[in-house]
Ligand binder design. Structure first.
Ligand code: SAH
Length: 399
C-alpha cells in the first residue's frame, strides 16, 4: 500500500470527525485535490498537523470516502477487515440461528465500520456490494477476511461505482466458491423469496423492508383489498396474500414485474389467478382507479427516490405529497396507507410533514399507527443518522 496522504480538515469540522463522523465530504477538507487515486489511504489532520482520523478515498454520490479508524498506527489490511467483519457476524448471530429467515444483511457499510461496503447473506451465499472504485481496491483483503470467517457456498458481487451509484454490468457477478442455481429460494419469516444473484443490479427482494412486510401480513392484511404500487417482484403482495387478504393488486411499470411477481406467488402456493398484476405507470393507474371508483383497504406506496417513465418524472423530494394525495383518494375510509421512502436526504420529521400536508390539502383526518426505520441487521452509526435512510409510516385514514 502506498504511503498515506495527509489531508487538512477545516476547523469547523474537526469536532465532528473527533466525535466519530464517518463520511469524508468535500466541504470539510481544505486540500482534497491532493488525492487522485481511488483507494488511497488518507490521514485527516487538523491545521496544526495533529492526527484526527484515517480513512480511504472513494468517490460516491454520498461523498469522497469514509473514515476507517481513529488510531494513527492502525493498518488497513486483512487483519483490520477480519476484525470488522467478525464483529459484524457476531452482531447477526440471532439471524444465523433463525431457520425462518435465511436472508439478511451481514455488513452494513459505515454502520459496521467500513463505509461503501455491504455484504448480504442469502442461504449460504454472500453478496458483496462495492459502492466505489476506492473500496473495490481493497477487495483482496476484504475477500480474504470474509473467506476466513464464514462457510459459504458461493460469493457474488455488485459493483456500484459511478457517482450516481449506478450498477456496472459485470457478466454474472460471480466471485468464488460454487455458482448458485437460480432462483435460489430463501426464507423471510417463513415466506419464500426467489433470488437471482447473477441477473443485474436487483436480486429480487429489498431486505430492509422485512419488518414492514411482517407487520402487513400479521396485522393489516386479513380480509382486506391491498394495492401494492411500485411493486417490483410483489414482495408486499406476497405477505399480504399470506396474511389472508381478500385480494392483492400489484402495479409496476416494468414488464418483468409480471413474471417476477407470478413466480413469488407460485413458490408460496398462492393462487396467482386470484391476484391482479398490472404492468402500468402508477400515475395512470391512479387516474383509472379514481374514474372507476375503485377503493382499497390498504395501499402500499414504496417508490424509488427518482424515476422517469414516458410521461412522468418522479422525485420523492418534490412529488411525495402528490403521490400521497392520489393514494388517499383511492383508500377506503378507515383504511390504511403504508407510505415508505428510502430517500436519505430528508428525515422522518420531514416525511411526516409531507403526510400532514397531503391530508390537510384534501381536508381529511388521519392517525399514524406505526413507524419503521432500518431493521437491526442494517446497523446504523449513532454519529451518522443519515445512514438510517428508511422511513415507513402506517397511516390510518380516519375520514
Ligand atoms: N416496493 C418494492 C420495491 C420497489 S423498486 C418492493 O418492496 O420490493 C421500484 C420499482 O418501481 C421498480 O420495480 C420500478 O419498475 C417501479 N417504477 C418506477 N417508476 C414507476 C412508475 N411510474 N409506475 C410504476 N412503477 C414504477
Amino acid at each position: 500500500m502506498n504511503k498515506a496522504i495527509d489531508l487538512t480538515i477545516k476547523p469547523q469540522y474537526i469536532k465532528n470527525y473527533m466525535n466519530g463522523y464517518p463520511l469524508i465530504s468535500k466541504d470539510s477538507i481544505v486540500d482534497l485535490s491532493r488525492v487522485r487515486d481511488e483507494g488511497a489511504i488518507v490521514n485527516l489532520l487538523d491545521e496544526r498537523k495533529k492526527f484526527i482520523a484515517k480513512g480511504y478515498y472513494g468517490k460516491q454520490n454520498k461523498g469522497y470516502g469514509w473514515v476507517l479508524s481513529s488510531k494513527k498506527e492502525e493498518e488497513i489490511n486483512v487483519s483490520y477487515f477480519t476484525h470488522r467483519i467478525k464483529t459484524a457476524l457476531k452482531y447477526r448471530e440471532t439471524f444465523y440461528n433463525d431457520e425462518n429467515t435465511t436472508a439478511f444483511r451481514v455488513f452494513n457499510g459505515e454502520g459496521d465500520g467500513v463505509g461503501g461496503l455491504t455484504i448480504d447473506y442469502f442461504d449460504g451465499f454472500y453478496l458483496i456490494t462495492w459502492y466505489s472504485l476506492g473500496i473495490y481496491e481493497f477487495r483482496e483483503d476484504i475477500l480474504t477476511a470474509l473467506q476466513s470467517l464464514v462457510e459459504y457456498k458461493g460469493i457474488y458481487q455488485k459493483k456500484r461505482f459511478d457517482a450516481k451509484g449506478q450498477y456496472l454490468d459485470d457478466a454474472d457477478d460471480f466471485v468464488c466458491g460454487s455458482r448458485g442455481e437460480f432462483p435460489l429460494i430463501v426464507k423471510e419469516n417463513g415466506v419464500n423469496f426467489a433470488i437471482y444473484l447473477d441477473d443485474g443490479p436487483m436480486v429480487g427482494v429489498f431486505l430492509d423492508q422485512r419488518e414492514v412486510r411482517k407487520m402487513i401480513r400479521d396485522s393489516y392484511a386479513k380480509g382486506k383489498t391491498v394495492l401494492n404500487t411500485f411493486s417490483y417482484t410483489g414482495a408486499f403482495s406476497v405477505f399480504a396474500a399470506l396474511g389472508g387478504s381478500a385480494k392483492t393488486t400489484s402495479v409496476d411499470l416494468a414488464k418483468r414485474s409480471r413474471s417476477k411477481t407470478q413466480e413469488q406467488f407460485t413458490i408460496n402456493a398462492i393462487d396467482v389467478d386470484a391476484q391482479d398484476i398490472i404492468v402500468e405507470d402508477v400515475f395512470n393507474y391512479f387516474k383509472y382507479a379514481v374514474k372507476k371508483e375503485i377503493l382499497f383497504d390498504v395501499v402500499v406506496l414504496d417508490p424509488p427516490s427518482f424515476a422517469r417513465s414516458k410521461k412522468h418524472t418522479f422525485s420523492v423530494a418534490k412529488d411525495y405529497v402528490k403521490l400521497l394525495k392520489e393514494a388517499i383518494q383511492i383508500t377506503n375510509k378507515g383504511g390504511v396507507i403504508v407510505a415508505s421512502t428510502n430517500y436519505a436526504n430528508f428525515n422522518m420529521g420531514k416525511f411526516k410533514e409531507f403526510i400532514d400536508k397531503a391530508f390537510r390539502e384534501l381536508g381529511g383526518k388521519y392517525k399514524i399507527e406505526h413507524t419503521f426505520s432500518l431493521p437491526k441487521d442494517f446497523k446504523v452509526m449513532e454519529k451518522f443518522k443519515e445512514g438510517d435512510y428508511l422511513k415507513v409510516v402506517f397511516i390510518r385514514k380516519v375520514t
